[in-house]
Design a protein around this ligand. Structure first.
Ligand SMILES: [Zn+2]
Length: 423
C-alpha cells in the first residue's frame, strides 16, 4: 500500500473515496483524485478513530481502513457477550453474524472464542474502477461473510494472477457465467460480483429476488461464476503499465508506440485477444484477421499463434471440461445485444431461451457476422457440447463503459442471471 495524500491519483484513491462515502463521510466525487475534500474527509475519519488527523493515509490510518475495506472484523468473545450484543456494538445485524459463524452455537459462546463480525455495509462497490486486487479482496470478504460458498482458483493468468471462481448453490443443474475476457469490458466483473453478493444476501435472509425463489435455485442449481478471465489486461487498462511488467517494451510496441492503454487495450498481457483464441473455426478467424492487417500481438483481435495458446483460455476450457454445464453466459460490453448461435450447431432450445433472456433484459437477440463470429468462448462451448451458450453485450456507448452505467446494466441483467440458472 503506497501512502496517499493530496495530489495522489489512481484506483486505490478511488477505492478509499468510495469507502469513506459508504461509511458516512464526504470525500467529494469518487474520481480517484485525492483533493482537498478527500483530505477533509480523511481528517474527520482520523479524528473519529483516534488517529493523528494529518489528512494523509499512511500505514496506521490504512490499517483501520483496511478492516473496513474487507468488510468484517475478527472479535474475541468477552465475559457477558451475546451475539446480539456483538451485532449491536458493530451496528450490524444478528443474521449477518450468525451466517458468518456457522460452527458457533449462539447459546454457548466461549470466552476468547473467535467470531467473524461482518459490517452492515456491502462488500462489493459498484462506483469504482474494479481492479483485480479489489476483486480479490471482495471475494475474501464474501467468503468470510458466507463461509458456506465454494471459492476456488481454476488457473492463472500469464502474470500469475489467480483466475477465481465462486460457486452458488448445490444442485445438479450446473451453469457457468464469466466476465472480462476483454480488458476494456471490466464492468462485467462488478456485475457478476454484485449479483453474487445480492444473491447471497437475500438467500441468507430467506428473501426472494424478483420473485425467484433462491432456496429452490440453491437446491436445484450450481452457478459457477468466473468474474475476471483477463486480470492482467484489466489491470493494464485501469492502473496503466508498470515498469516492472516483464512485457514492458513489447507492450508499448504492440500498442503502436503508445503507453496509454486505457481506451484501446482488449487483449491479454501478451497481446492476444482471448475471445479469438478458442478452437472454434479458429483458422477462419485467423484468415479474417490477416485480411484486416492484423498479423501479430496488439490491442485487439489478434487470435494468438495457435488456439488456446494462452493460459486464460486454456483454464476456461479445462474448467468447462471438468464440469457438466447445461448453459454458459460470457459477459461482454457493449450494444445491449445477445448472441446465441454458432454455425447452427446450437440446440433448438437456444433460441427459446434467448427470447426469454431478451424479454428479461430488454436486450436484442441477434445473429452475428464477420470476425466476431468465430473462435469465441460461447462458440467453442456450442461446438463442443451442442448446448445453449450466449455472449451478452451489456450496456450502450463506447468501451470502456463508465462505471456510472453500472446501475442500469445491473438492473437489466439481474433477472437474466437468475433465469439462466433454471432454464
Ligand atoms: Zn468483448
Amino acid at each position: 500500500m503506497r501512502i496517499l495524500k493530496v495530489g495522489s491519483k489512481g484506483t486505490d484513491v478511488m477505492e478509499i473515496q468510495s469507502l469513506l462515502k459508504k461509511i458516512g463521510y464526504n470525500p467529494g466525487p469518487i474520481d480517484g483524485d485525492f483533493g482537498q475534500q478527500t483530505k477533509n474527509a480523511v481528517i474527520q475519519f482520523q479524528r473519529d478513530n483516534g488517529l493523528d488527523p494529518d489528512g494523509i493515509i499512511g500505514p496506521q490510518t490504512y490499517t483501520v481502513l483496511d478492516v473496513l475495506l474487507r468488510g468484517y472484523d475478527e472479535y474475541y468473545v468477552q465475559p457477558g457477550d451475546t451475539l446480539w450484543k456483538i451485532a449491536r456494538d458493530y451496528y450490524t445485524t444478528l443474521n449477518k453474524v450468525i451466517a458468518a459463524n456457522p460452527g458457533v452455537n449462539p447459546y454457548q459462546l466461549q470466552i476468547g472464542q473467535r467470531i467473524i463480525v461482518p459490517y452492515g455495509i456491502d462488500v462489493v462497490d459498484t462506483d469504482i474502477d474494479y481492479t483485480y486486487e479489489i476483486m480479490e479482496r471482495d471475494i475474501a470478504g464474501l467468503k468470510a461473510r458466507y463461509p458456506f460458498i465454494e471459492v476456488g482458483v481454476a488457473g492463472e493468468s500469464v502474470l500469475g494472477k489467480k483466475l477465481y471462481y465462486i460457486k452458488l448453490g448445490d444442485g445438479p443443474n450446473q451453469v457457468f457465467y464469466n466476465g472480462a475476457h476483454h480488458s476494456l469490458e471490466w464492468i462485467t466483473t462488478p456485475l457478476l460480483m454484485k449479483f453474487t453478493e445480492n444473491f447471497l444476501k437475500s438467500y441468507t435472509d430467506g428473501k426472494n429476488i424478483r420473485g425467484y425463489d433462491l432456496e429452490q435455485i440453491w437446491d436445484n442449481s450450481s452457478i459457477y461464476i468466473m468474474p475476471m478471465v483477463n486480470p492482467d489486461g484489466v489491470d493494464l487498462v485501469l492502473d496503466g503499465l508498470s515498469t516492472d511488467n516483464p512485457y514492458y517494451n513489447e507492450l508499448i510496441d504492440w500498442n503502436n508506440g503508445s503507453s496509454d492503454f486505457s481506451q484501446v487495450w482488449q487483449a491479454n498481457i501478451r497481446g492476444v485477444d482471448l475471445n479469438h483464441n478458442y478452437p472454434a473455426r479458429w483458422d477462419e478467424s485467423k484468415e479474417r484477421e490477416i485480411a484486416m492487417g492484423i498479423t501479430g500481438p496488439g490491442p485487439t483481435r489478434y487470435g494468438g499463434p495457435f488456439p488456446l495458446s494462452e493460459p486464460e483460455t486454456e483454464t476456461v476450457t479445462e474448467f468447462v471440461k471438468n464440469h457438466n454445464f447445461r448453459l454458459v453466459l460470457a459477459y461482454h460490453t457493449q450494444g445491449e445485444v445477445i448472441f446465441w448461435q454458432f454455425e447452427d450447431l446450437q440446440p433448438p432450445v437456444a433460441k427459446t431461451i434467448g427470447d426469454m433472456f431478451s424479454k428479461a433484459s430488454g436486450y436484442r437477440l441477434a445473429e452475428i457476422t464477420g470476425i466476431g463470429a468465430y473462435a469465441g468462448m460461447k462458440d467453442w462451448f456450442i461446438q463442443e457440447y451442442r448446448r445453449p451458450g450466449y455472449t451478452i453485450e451489456a450496456g450502450l456507448g463506447k468501451n470502456p463503459l463508465p462505471i456510472s452505467q453500472f446501475d442500469k446494466i445491473y438492473n437489466d441483467n439481474e433477472e437474466l442471471l437468475l433465469l439462466a440458472s433454471i432454464v
